[in-house]
Design a protein around this ligand. Structure first.
Ligand code: ARG
Ligand code: ASP
Length: 710
């Protein structure tokens, strides 16, 4: 018996040393539950996910489709990241009332600001529907036939699902399409802005510190869900009332120490942990460098304008942040893949795999299929990266022409939709022009169109961009096109269908954009998808084959924007030989980084005053104010705003980033160096209470002492 215990203990150490994984909350019973408890959790699988009773999952929301948020009061108060609320904070800001710069705090419900278009999603139920989705899908079918059947089955399953009339259903594939789960969701759309610290706190360190440790950012903002009088989702209305959640997270005042259990609960967007080495090689050697180069050029141009002009600074704040974010991530990812020898590791796994499946005719050709297909994909993958980055992502004028192209296609196919499509376009364009500067965009165009034309594989280059002088082209387009301002845009869209289309087709930006859009649909994207469909089919079999071939390994499904649990510990790391990074940072570090008047490292006078007076209230710890901490939770983009939860189900932190050495975790999670970064919940409370003086928000939260009550 004693031996058994020791053995079990060793086994537990073995698996907990090897964390990683984003697990499905409805399937935690068994291995995950045991593992969490071995790490110190006092919760059961049911405390985390339960269909019939309130559980942690009822406090977790998908925030506006991209981030995560959590409910922290019985009045529907949402906590998420500052960078997740950024677009909203920006949209309420003007040069006179700059909430990005000054922060924003509502001192009563009436001051909370509505955000048209914003929504949050609760997961009500998760069901396994794999069998129904694979019904009548046979191995003799072609890839396309299988997909058609699967799509039909998905539609049928969705139709049959039991749900309330205001709820929605989604079906998603897991393990590269080897398992299917159905989600019943509720979307709330009356979401109001409640609080945001100034950028000097919420985005302290900005792009220089982004993806880095040590970190000192108060990356949080507060929103509130409003519902109708029956607590159901409703459009914005003055009659709506604060939402009553089934569960909300109490907040621990006891803080964290190294080795404490942490659970991060949220909506990770995408990982690719089971790609073959050839795919990673393509990403690292071809696609990432192309995208990094394009963005680097964009950022250089826009940064200069933003530093020189306050209006442009507000207009471009959100766009700049999002372009800079992945630019920096890809650089870190490439370095990390190289340093961790991820490709060689995959190759080793593949050679072991190949030996084991040599005589299995279903599996023994998979790796060579991959090689062949990725080889075929390379040029078109690169072309697609150039197209999406340059034409769609970074040159706004061309992005506008792409939307207009889709508009022309739609109304030509269906003239009856003309009025509706035109209105949609006009409505969605207003906001774009509000944040548009033709001067900035012109310079971006000149630089990036040249990169595009010189670098894109030749077969994919439009004739209109061959042998041209880029400066002349740029001048011709930006002086003559009507699309460089809202008035011109509206002018082009005024009149009947024939008039509108003929005006559009005479506009020089549209003429170029239409040609490029045609390239995209007819040459680039179609080919990309055709090859990709085959790759997905091989990947699906490969995933299954890996699980069968290595039954002792742990396989978690790649992230796919569905609700997941990842657990770990508060823990530092060794970024390189001889250096150990401690897992907690303090306000002292903010002061060490302080550069008066700096764009990234300025510190607010009020915060300096609180620091000097050590006025940390009940939130400090032995005379120090903790700011951020590290954990071994396996997270990715989309996990921003996710709660970090302690062993008892209380909020201890707010996830917002990962460390530089570990950004390759989307392809190769390495528990030694992959860390997620969280804001300490006590820092959030300190800012709301001591800095903003907003007692009403503190009063509606539930602050607890789980460690002291033990
Ligand atoms: N890197 C974090 C995440 O991927 C935070 C990004 C926001 N901050 C920024 N400086 N762009 O989203
Ligand atoms: N910062 C990311 C987010 O916005 C999180 C991450 O990639 O670690 O979701």
């Amino acid at each position: 018996m004693k031996y058994l215990k020791i053995l079990f203990f060793l086994f537990a150490i073995q698996i907990s040393a090897q964390q990683g994984g984003m697990w499905i909350p409805s399937l935690l019973e068994g291995m995950n539950e045991t593992e969490m408890q071995n790490l110190g959790s006092k919760m059961t699988a049911q405390d985390i996910y339960d269909v019939n009773n309130a559980s942690l999952k009822d406090a977790i929301i998908h925030f506006n489709g991209g981030c995560t948020g959590e409910i922290i009061s019985d009045r529907g108060l949402i906590l998420t990241n500052h960078h997740c609320g950024y677009g909203a904070i920006q949209s309420h800001s003007t040069v006179e009332h700059d909430y990005l710069k000054e922060g924003f705090w509502a001192f009563n419900d009436a001051e909370e600001l509505p955000n048209p278009g914003m929504y949050v999603t609760f997961i009500k139920r998760i069901d396994d529907v794999t069998d129904a989705i694979f019904k009548n899908v046979t191995s003799s079918m072609t890839v396309k036939e299988k997909q058609v059947k699967i799509d039909q089955n998905i539609a049928a399953v969705k139709k049959k699902a039991v749900k309330e009339e205001w709820q929605e259903v989604k079906v998603k594939g897991f393990y590269n399409g080897n398992q299917y789960l159905l989600f019943v969701l509720e979307n709330y759309t009356d979401i109001r802005m409640v609080g945001a610290p100034p950028t000097s706190i919420g985005k302290f360190g900005s792009d220089t510190d982004n993806w880095m440790w040590p970190r000192h950012t108060g990356d949080f903002s507060l929103f509130r869900i409003y519902a109708d009088k029956n607590n159901r989702p409703a459009k914005f209305s003055k009659e709506n009332v604060p939402f009553k959640p089934k569960h909300f997270l109490p907040i621990s005042l006891d803080g964290v120490a190294e080795e404490d259990f942490t659970l991060v609960f949220g909506f990770p967007g995408r990982t690719d942990e089971y790609l073959p080495a050839v795919a990673i090689e393509q990403t690292v050697k071809k696609v990432n460098p192309a995208k990094i180069n394009i963005r680097e050029n964009y950022l250089k141009i826009v940064d200069e304008y933003m530093r020189a002009d306050d209006k442009i600074k507000i207009q471009y704040a959100s766009k700049y942040a999002s372009i800079a974010n992945y630019w920096k991530k890809w650089i870190g990812e490439n370095q990390g893949i190289e340093k961790s020898k991820a490709i060689a590791k995959k190759q080793k796994l593949e050679s072991d795999f190949q030996k084991k499946v040599q005589s299995n005719s279903e599996y023994n050709h998979l790796l060579s299929d991959f090689s062949k297909l990725y080889n075929e994909l390379e040029d078109v993958a690169l072309a697609r990266a150039y197209w999406t980055e340059v034409i769609y992502r970074n040159i706004e004028l061309l992005r506008a022409t792409f939307r207009l192209y889709q508009f022309e296609e739609k109304v030509t196919a269906n003239p009856a939709s003309f009025e509706a499509e035109r209105n949609k376009l006009i409505n969605s364009s207003k906001g774009n022009y509000k944040n548009y500067s033709a001067r900035v965009d012109r310079d971006v165009f000149e630089k990036l169109i040249e990169i595009y034309a010189t670098e894109i594989p030749a077969t994919y280059l439009s004739n209109k961009l061959k042998n041209v002088n880029y400066t002349d082209l740029t001048n011709a387009i930006y002086t003559k096109s009507k699309l460089t301002n809202l008035e011109g845009f509206n002018f082009l869209l005024t009149g009947n269908q024939e008039e509108v289309l003929s005006k559009l087709n005479a506009d020089p930006a549209y003429v170029l954009g239409k040609d490029l859009s045609n390239d995209f649909y007819k040459k680039i994207n179609s080919k990309f998808h055709e090859i990709n469909l085959q790759i997905q089919d091989v990947q699906k079999v490969y995933m299954k084959a890996l699980m069968e071939t290595f039954p002792k390994e742990r396989f978690f499904p790649d992230a796919n924007s569905t609700l997941r649990v990842t657990y770990g510990k508060v823990k530092g790391y060794y970024p390189k030989d001889g250096i150990y990074y401690k897992p907690v940072s303090y306000l002292k570090g903010v002061m060490e980084k302080y550069k008066p008047g700096d764009y990234e490292f300025d510190v607010d006078q009020k915060l300096i005053g609180l620091y000097n007076a050590k006025d940390f209230g009940v939130y400090g710890e032995k005379g120090k104010m903790p700011v951020n901490f590290l954990g071994t939770n396996h997270t990715t983009g989309g996990n921003s705003g996710s709660p970090a939860i302690d062993a008892h189900g209380n909020l201890i932190g707010l996830n917002f980033d990962r460390v530089w050495e570990g950004t390759m975790s989307d392809y190769n999670y390495d528990p030694e160096i992959c860390r997620n970064i969280m804001v300490d919940a006590r820092y959030i409370l300190f800012i709301v209470d001591k800095y903003a003086g907003n007692k009403r928000l503190i009063n509606e939260m539930k602050l607890v002492h789980p460690k002291k009550n033990k």
